[in-house]
Design a protein around this ligand. Structure first.
Ligand code: PLP
Length: 382
């Protein structure tokens, strides 16, 4: 091998081996959060909401680990998401929040996905599917009652009308009665109790049918808000859902991004698009490979904080598509080098704080993590 070829090899190895930007998903922390929520939900069961690719973290890996932890009921949004999950996991119960939308029946049946029925039209569609030859007469479904969100679900009036009609829900295979709380993040909101009351008027007419009420925030609200199958999503991923009843959850997500450039500033200079920040010399600026295309919010321009070499440092200037600039003047010389990785989200800069600083929600930050960021899984992966 010639010298130049071997040099090329070793520099390639360096380039390939050098870690770039990525999102680490700690499956052991996920499992711990599932156990925390399942303990609180006892004696009810704890399901898991893994819609939107498990809030951007990868529904396949997340669900496989949750199944290993004893989770037997998963909730996704669409039939397509359900089919993708079924390809990974043969056994668990999978509910589809969107229900039987026009054209989704075949996918539901082929993958044994249980629709969450929300409208009189869906109920008719489901009846037809169940009674068709080779239909789904053994596939159960859930009934979603809207008790205060005016979003998805049968209105209480339509629910009572359904129960008053001859036969009621007898031919629908309903195995779960579901509702969703609008204000679970606030224990003092009177809508919480009002929704439970409205729901109880319907569930009282169907004794013995299991219920599902609380998402993460509702599970933390108290016993009356859990039902028989809890439906947490964000809490499993370490996100706060109920500031009025906080839970101790392990951080699941770490976003690391490398320093692309370090600049010693020896004269007063503008930083970034629009020159919204002016840095005074002497100073040191690090340019980091994380931008709004990766899901770092534009609103963190001159407002974000990242962790460099263990120290919190401010984002200065406007967030670009692919980069942010941070003021690392306070770090000792040599503490950070080109290629070093910076914690954008993680143990020292929690998802919840990033969301708060950005004026958005932890849900938005998680689901906004860009497709360009590879997800890497830590911990037991089954
Ligand atoms: C998203 C969703 C959940 C999970 O909510 P979290 O706040 O993430 O726990 C539960 N139920 C329904 C109907 C949802 O849409």
């Amino acid at each position: 091998m010639t010298a130049s070829k071997s040099n090329l090899r070793s520099s390639l190895r360096e380039a390939v081996g050098h870690p770039g930007a990525e999102v680490l998903v700690d499956l052991d922390a996920l499992a711990q959060n599932f156990r925390t929520m399942a303990d609180i939900a006892t004696p009810g069961q704890c399901g898991a909401v893994v819609k939107a690719d498990a809030y951007g973290l990868g529904a396949a890996m997340v669900s496989r680990r949750l199944q290993h932890e004893g989770c037997t009921t998963f909730f996704v949004q669409s039939a397509e998401e359900g089919a993708a999950l079924r390809a990974e996991l043969a056994e668990p119960i999978i509910y589809v929040f969107n229900g039987v939308t026009p054209g989704s029946g075949e996918t539901l049946l082929a993958n044994r996905l249980r629709p969450v029925l929300s409208t009189p039209q869906q109920i008719e569609r489901w009846r037809a599917l169940r009674s068709a030859p080779g239909g789904a007469d053994d596939l159960p479904a859930a009934l979603h009652i809207d008790t205060g969100m005016t979003r998805l679900g049968l209105s209480p009036r339509d629910a009572h009308a359904l129960l008053d009609a001859p036969g009621g829900i007898a031919d629908l295979g309903i195995e779960l009665l579901m509702t969703h709380l609008a204000c679970a993040s606030d224990a003092d909101d009177p809508l919480n109790a009002a929704q439970i009351d409205t729901f109880a008027h319907i569930t009282d007419r169907l004794p013995g049918l299991p219920t599902s009420i609380g998402a993460s925030g509702g599970v933390l609200l108290g016993e009356a808000f859990r039902g028989d199958i809890a439906r947490p999503g964000i809490a499993l991923f370490g996100g706060e859902s109920n500031p009025s009843r906080p839970a101790t959850l392990a951080p699941v997500v770490t976003w690391l991004a490398p320093v692309l450039q370090l600049r010693d500033v020896t004269e007063t200079l503008p930083v970034g698009y629009g020159a919204t920040y002016v840095i005074e010399a002497p100073a040191r600026v690090a340019t980091v490979a994380a931008g709004y295309a990766d899901g770092y919010p534009l609103s963190l321009s001159n407002a974000g904080i990242v962790v460099v070499a263990g120290q919190r440092v401010p984002v200065i200037g406007r967030v670009s598509m692919d980069m942010i600039t941070v003021d690392v003047s306070a770090l000792p010389r040599g503490a950070v080098a080109e290629g070093d990785r910076v914690e954008i989200i993680g143990e020292h800069m929690l998802l919840d704080e990033v969301a708060q600083r950005a004026g958005t929600s932890n849900y938005t930050i998680l689901t906004g993590l860009g497709p360009r960021l590879p997800r890497r899984y830590l911990g037991r992966d089954d």
